[in-house]
Write a protein that binds this ligand. Structure first.
Ligand code: ADP
Ligand code: AMP
Length: 219
């Protein structure tokens, strides 16, 4: 089962994608997380991506194509993937359709995680992430047990560089200009499921995600 999570930065895509991937027993492919790892490792891909990510801009499509091709070729992706943060423009959406069709698969559902700008800004300002294992926390909504330490691996929690207020504004603009149009694409193909993530805990929002996916099966 291949599922896409779409939505503005900070709405909670990663939080929900992680829960769904664990429930379905398939991998979560977070392109942002993979790129951040490449930046930390100083790989050639990371070196190309870093300045664009810091500025809140999209990384070139061909880098993403390579990354998604690799992710789909992994043995653990054989029964499906939860895509988190990809596709982010029309060209990427067309590429994903093609890469999946090459292996006789297709997107089964696109979950649009929606939240208004003021909620997004508060979520991104309070987000803390573990650079070692990728776990995501929020200072108020989902704090770690020990301040500044990851519950899962004990790593030191960090604030992402691109969660600075000026970069948040830029990322919201990039979402509006380059990504939001995908909502129409997937609505037309009958794949779009809208989930209101503006209030409710991560677990409550996950109940809505599951309801939306289950409702689709009954149609
Ligand atoms: P995205 O992947 O869309 O950028 P994240 O999943 O990283 O967003 O969530 C952004 C921040 O908001 C994180 O700090 C996360 O812990 C927090 N968060 C996610 N969902 C909720 C929610 N339903 N209520 C409150 N905070 C949330
Ligand atoms: P995210 O973790 O999804 O918020 O992504 C963080 C940053 O990684 C984005 O602001 C982009 O610079 C880059 N990125 C992640 N996914 C993509 C994508 N599909 N296309 C282009 N750039 C991406």
């Amino acid at each position: 089962m291949d599922i896409v999570f779409l939505g503005p930065p900070g709405a909670g895509k990663g939080t929900q994608a992680q829960r769904l991937a664990a429930t379905l027993g398939i991998p979560q492919v977070s392109t942002g997380a993979i790129l951040r790892r490449a930046v930390d490792e100083g790989s050639p891909m990371g070196r190309r991506a870093k300045s664009l990510m810091d500025a809140g801009q999209l990384v070139p499509d061909e880098i993403l194509t390579e990354l998604i091709r690799d992710a789909l070729a992994r043995p653990d992706a054989a029964h499906g993937v939860v895509f988190d943060g990809y596709p982010r423009n029309e060209a990427q959406a067309a590429t994903l359709d093609r890469l999946l069709s090459n292996i006789e698969r297709r997107i089964e559902a696109v979950v649009l995680v929606e939240a208004p700008d003021d909620v997004i800004v508060a979520r991104l300002a309070g987000r803390r992430s573990c650079p070692r294992c990728g776990a995501v926390y929020h200072l108020e909504a989902a704090p770690p047990e020990r301040q500044g330490k990851c519950d899962q691996c004990g790593g030191n929690l960090m604030q992402r560089d691109d969660d600075a207020p000026a970069t948040i504004r830029e990322r919201l603009e990039v979402y509006r200009k380059q990504t939001a149009g995908l909502e129409q694409r997937y609505a037309k193909s009958g794949l779009l499921l809208k989930v209101d993530a503006s209030s409710g805990s991560p677990d409550e929002v996950f109940d809505l995600v599951r309801e939306a996916l289950d409702g689709r099966k009954k149609k």
